[in-house]
Design a binder for this molecule. Structure first.
Ligand code: NAP
Length: 276
């Protein structure tokens, strides 16, 4: 049986629309609470698992600075338990990590072998998680991705559309550069990777690069919203967690392994905005 955690998250919701929508069992927080390690271990022990896609995570980057124990349990301890059972029972584990494992001081897209050095606690927990998952179960697949959004759920795309309806103008940082990733393409690459039984660490985002400001401008343009957007510096928008100012991922490894191309973030955004 294929199991997918984080059923109500952005990526979990996207998997429901794929070929796995009918065949997999989707688990939300009430069915499998990753903060309850006894419950996680019981689930891993007692079920016949062929594939476990772990989309669940503690993703509130700012709150992770204060809810440290919880973030560690969900992003590190629970995935490592999954990896232990994946190695023992020989099922496929797919896990996700983040561009926030990097400190952003790079000047060219980060490869899988570049040095990590997270600047916030969320990034630390995700890094510990991916490293220990792969140490415990080298056959697992870990996809590091960035700036994930979809038409559903709490994310930058929906936040910009909502705020543009409530405010006269928006101010968005223009000095953090990365690449948005549509859940449509992230779910799709996961399925392609499973087909080829990829193992190890791979980077995946859409192609291209932009600032959050560029992303916001494009979102509102595609949605036909006229609210002005002004660029600001990160220091004008203080947050509890620091963010890397540059986190573009080099996707050569996965493109080569799957002999595939990846849509540009602008094209992916058109699909999500319903204008493609
Ligand atoms: N979002 C991004 O920008 C981003 C960037 C890079 C990497 N990633 C990684 O990509 C993966 C998918 O992210 P996403 O954007 O789909 O995340 P998301 O939309 O925030 O969804 C995360 C899901 O995890 C669930 N969850 C949280 N705590 C849980 C717990 N204790 N037990 C069980 N489930 C729990 C949430 O449940 P509720 O629905 O009940 O809250 C939610 O459904 C994650 O590994 C994330 O770290 C995300």
């Amino acid at each position: 049986m294929i199991y997918i955690t984080g059923a109500n998250g952005q990526l979990g919701q996207e998997f429901k629309k794929t070929a796995l929508g009918k065949s997999a069992t989707f688990l939300d927080r009430t069915q499998l609470d990753l903060a309850d390690l006894t419950q996680v271990e019981d689930f891993l022990k007692n079920n016949k698992i062929t594939t476990l896609i772990n989309t669940a995570a503690y993703t509130q980057v700012d709150n992770a600075e204060s809810e440290k124990d919880l973030a560690v349990r969900i992003n590190f301890e629970a995935p490592v338990l999954m990896a232990k059972y994946a190695a023992e029972k020989k099922f496929k584990l797919v896990h996700y990590s983040t561009d926030y494992v990097f400190n952003g001081e790079g000047f060219r897209p980060y490869t899988e072998t570049d040095a990590t050095n997270p600047v916030n606690f969320y990034g630390q927990t995700k890094l510990q998680g991916e490293e220990e998952v792969l140490r415990t179960c080298p056959e697992a697949l870990v996809l590091r991705t960035s700036w994930v959004y979809s038409a559903h759920g709490k994310n930058f795309f929906n936040t910009m559309v909502r705020l543009a309806g409530e405010r006269e103008f928006l101010k968005v940082v223009f000095d953090q550069i990365g690449t948005p990733t549509s859940t449509i393409d992230l779910a799709d690459i996961t399925l392609k990777s499973l087909d080829k039984n990829l193992s190890g660490l791979y980077h995946f985002s859409n192609e291209g690069a932009c600032s959050w400001y560029d992303f916001a401008v494009e979102i509102l343009k595609l949605k036909g919203i006229k609210t002005p957007v002004y660029p600001i510096h990160t220091k004008e928008f203080p947050t509890p967690a620091k963010r890397p100012c540059y986190s573009i991922l080099d996707k050569t490894k996965i493109k080569t392994a799957l002999d595939t191309t990846i849509p540009h973030w602008g094209e992916a955004l058109q699909k999500v905005a319903g204008t493609f």
